[in-house]
Design a protein around this ligand. Structure first.
Ligand SMILES: Nc1ncnc2c1ncn2[C@@H]1O[C@H](COP(=O)(O)OP(=O)(O)OP(=O)(O)O)[C@@H](O)[C@H]1O
Ligand SMILES: [Mg+2]
Length: 317
């Protein structure tokens, strides 16, 4: 049975599920209660420094970027270039040995200046994060239902029952078959791909204005990968969310992102509109990245990209 569709024979609560929250809550984010401020992420001169036994190490080195609503900004770069540390700094989830300096504004809120409690409200409610490693954010001893509803109960102040209804619908959205059954399961009972989707669904239940997705599709097979990327594009289009998409895959960038920032050794070495950067890369590192991606032409064709506009210059992120 296709879990996406309700049918006359469906359990009655399923039909109610679909109507209850989808109609008022989803289209257009028309009733966002307290968080009416335009979702917007701005990072200025961010550095992340580790104190190691060999001395200080700068994992992120003076990074500045901006993310508007309704756009996907890809952060691309080789392994170890500082992509995850940049995003973890935004969520204030860096390892204890790391120190972040600079300015991070989310919805106008200065994240680095917030107290622990206030930060917890920002996390999840305004910014959703899909972590590189699903088990980082899934609690092994809680059922999927429990972890899917926690944020809703906490940040949206709705009952556990209502939250469960919404969680179920979001699991359906991310293409989880038999969502009712999955709700009762624990993370270890799911495959890696399913866990990834659950984590994505958990981030989406709150309709975050900003979503940070760290390699959201790396662990997934190609078909599911395409579905998840479609889901992110849909989130952007339908809810106007801003998405920071972290990837090492330039093909994913070509297919989904509006703008791209290329990172290397902790620094952003090139930024701009995706078509402009991919068709006329300026930095030797970006050129190398592109040269190593043999299928890019095919991806760009699939995306239906325009021929390169030579007048277009990479601008500031
Ligand atoms: N706890 C730590 N202590 C010291 N250095 C660290 C620590 N965690 C990460 N680093 C270093 O910080 C740098 C940036 O790491 P980061 O995880 O941000 O890379 P990344 O771009 O996300 O890579 P990947 O594509 O492999 O996920 C790396 O050089 C890494 O070795
Ligand atoms: Mg990483």
């Amino acid at each position: 049975m296709d879990p996406d569709l309700s049918r006359p024979g469906d359990l009655p609560h399923r039909a109610v599920v679909q109507l209850d929250w989808r109609q008022p809550a989803r289209p257009g984010r028309s009733a966002p209660q307290e968080d009416v401020v335009t979702a917007f992420l701005s990072v200025e001169n961010l550095s992340v420094r580790f104190e190691t036994k060999d001395g200080p190490f700068l994992a992120v080195d003076d990074v500045s970027l901006e993310l508007a609503r309704g756009e996907i900004l890809a952060l691309v770069g080789e392994s170890g270039s500082g992509k995850s540390m940049t995003s973890l700094a935004m969520m204030r989830l860096l390892p204890e040995t790391a120190t972040a300096t600079g300015d991070i504004l989310i919805d106008g809120v200065d994240v680095l200046a917030l107290g622990r409690r206030a930060m917890e409200d920002v996390r999840g409610a305004r910014v959703g994060m899909i972590f590189q490693e699903p088990m980082t954010s899934l609690n092994p001893v809680l059922t999927i239902a429990r972890q899917m509803t926690e944020g809703l109960v906490r940040h949206r102040r709705i009952s556990r029952g209502e939250a469960a209804v919404r969680a179920l619908a979001t699991l359906t959205d991310v293409g989880i078959p038999e969502p009712d059954r999955v709700m009762r399961q624990y993370p270890h009972q799911l495959s890696g791909g399913m866990r990834q989707r659950v984590m994505i669904a958990a981030a989406l239940t709150l309709d975050p204005g900003v979503l940070i997705a760290d390699e959201p599709t790396t662990a997934l097979d190609v078909t599911v990968q395409a579905q998840v990327l479609d889901l992110l594009v849909d989130l952007k289009n339908r809810l106007g969310s801003g998405i920071l998409l972290i990837t090492h895959d330039i093909g994913v960038v070509a297919e989904t992102a509006d703008r791209v920032a290329v990172m290397r050794a902790g620094r952003i070495v090139e930024t701009g509109n995706v078509e402009a950067v991919l068709s006329a890369p300026q930095h030797p590192y970006t050129k190398g990245l592109l040269a190593s991606h043999l299928t890019l032409d095919r991806v760009m064709t699939k995306r239906g990209s325009r021929p390169p506009r030579l007048t277009e210059k990479a601008g500031a992120v």
